[in-house]
Design a protein around this ligand. Structure first.
Ligand SMILES: [Zn+2]
Length: 414
């Protein structure tokens, strides 16, 4: 494996500190040294990459990924369910597109194929396909069924406690890292859906207990305040949306802030309000889907969460025709423009906090971390929007190998 020395770069290290000039030495798949200012590193035997004053930063982490949701910036697909064979291939393509756009890690928030992400993760890890580090999820599961699966055909449907326990253990045995439950429904599924609780307290507790016994993480879609509380009490690790969280729900999230993560996923709502006209979603439809009120509520709730030190991550729900995979970095801009984050805070959320969510040594430019790095043409701490343009990210390195490099003739990873 080639070693790499990045010189003449401005470093954003993931801590939130201002950019500083320096050098970074990558040995094998990890960061061996970081030098500040005039200090120079011994790059004997390493390939020299002169950054020309560009920013070197940690690879981005998508905190609520749906690689199986078919639409991407490269291809619109007007259905959520494809024949199995096409669906798996589209999923693999979406993994490559995600990495292309600077996301070197993705934490899945639910899949449309029971073992798609497990198989994909293992293929990516073995070097067989390009894609981000992946925390693989089981199906997007609600008590009423699985998203995209017609009623009566949900292979996992079982309301009793024994059935839920069996489901959790079976997902662990399949190799999933995390299981997604719909703790509440959603305005996007049916009017008033956000307040519809999908699992009782007893069921949520049984799911939590089974997951702790099995050793698997839990993630959930939770809109209603009570859904958030139920997820907190049951020990869920990733609690998504939380749009209707009240003060008690925020207290409960804060009490477990070192053990959980949230993500609002504003991209989908933003797209429905502002960008989905040509897909038949104008203002009245956006209102009916709860996107207008949802964005307003998020703008109230998430600044409070940030203030309480709850880790709020960008990303989520990309994969719709009007909110395609590949546009994920747009969330950072929405964090800044709608949710009260500074550019630097949004970047920390997408890198260092993302690394904590992945539970891997990624998300920081620091000695000993895996070498997941981006070269960015410009200063994202001034303008996070530049990260949406992959032409402004001339180098993407994952695990010490270039997925994309500005240096001619360098060997690329798979
Ligand atoms: Zn989602």
């Amino acid at each position: 494996m080639t070693d790499t020395l990045f010189t003449n770069v401005m470093i954003f290290d993931g801590s939130g500190d201002p950019l500083f000039p320096g050098e970074v030495l990558v040995r094998g798949n990890y960061i061996a040294a970081v030098a500040r200012g005039e200090a120079q590193l011994d790059g004997t035997g390493a390939t020299l990459v002169d950054g020309g004053g560009m920013t070197l930063m940690p690879g981005l982490v998508e905190g609520h990924a749906h690689l199986t949701w078919p639409s991407s910036v490269e291809r619109v697909v007007n259905t959520m369910k494809l024949p199995l064979e096409e669906h798996l291939l589209v999923t693999a393509r979406n993994a490559r597109i995600t990495l292309d756009h600077g996301f070197t890690s993705a934490y899945s928030a639910g899949s449309l194929g029971e073992r798609f992400e497990v198989a994909l993760r293992d293929m990516i890890d073995s070097g067989g396909l390009p894609g981000p580090r992946l925390r693989a999820s089981a199906l997007e599961k609600g008590a009423e069924g699985v998203l995209g699966v017609p009623e009566g055909h949900d292979p996992t449907h079982d309301r009793d406690i024994a059935g839920l326990r069996e489901y959790v253990f079976r997902m662990k045995a399949l190799g999933c890292d995390t299981i997604k439950f719909l703790m509440s429904s959603d305005e996007g599924f049916a009017p008033g859906g956000a307040q519809l609780l999908m699992y009782s307290e007893e069921e949520a507790q049984a799911i939590g207990e089974a997951a702790r016994e099995a050793g698997i993480w839990l993630a959930c879609h939770a809109q209603a305040a009570e859904a958030v509380k139920r997820a907190c009490r049951a020990g869920f690790r990733a609690i998504y949306h939380c749009t209707y969280a009240d003060e008690e729900a925020l207290d409960m999230l804060e009490a477990r802030k070192d053990a959980l993560f949230t993500a609002p996923a504003p991209g989908l709502l933003y797209a429905r309000v502002h960008e989905a006209q040509e897909f038949g979603i104008g203002r009245p439809e956006a209102e009916r889907l709860g996107a207008v009120s949802g964005l307003e509520l998020m703008a109230e709730v998430y600044p409070k969460m940030k203030k309480r030190g709850i880790r709020v991550l960008p990303g989520g729900d990309y994969g719709f025709p009007y909110n395609p995979v590949g546009r994920n970095a747009r969330d950072l801009q929405l964090f800044v423009e709608l949710l009260g984050f500074s550019p630097s805070e949004a970047l920390v959320a997408a890198t260092r906090h993302g690394g904590a969510l992945m539970d891997l040594p990624v998300g920081e430019v620091k000695e000993g971390m895996f070498a997941d790095l981006l070269l960015v043409d410009g200063d994202p701490t001034k303008d996070v929007a530049i990260l949406q343009d992959k032409a402004r990210i001339p180098a993407v390195m994952k695990d010490g190998r270039f997925h994309r490099t500005p240096v001619r003739g360098l060997p690329l990873a798979a």
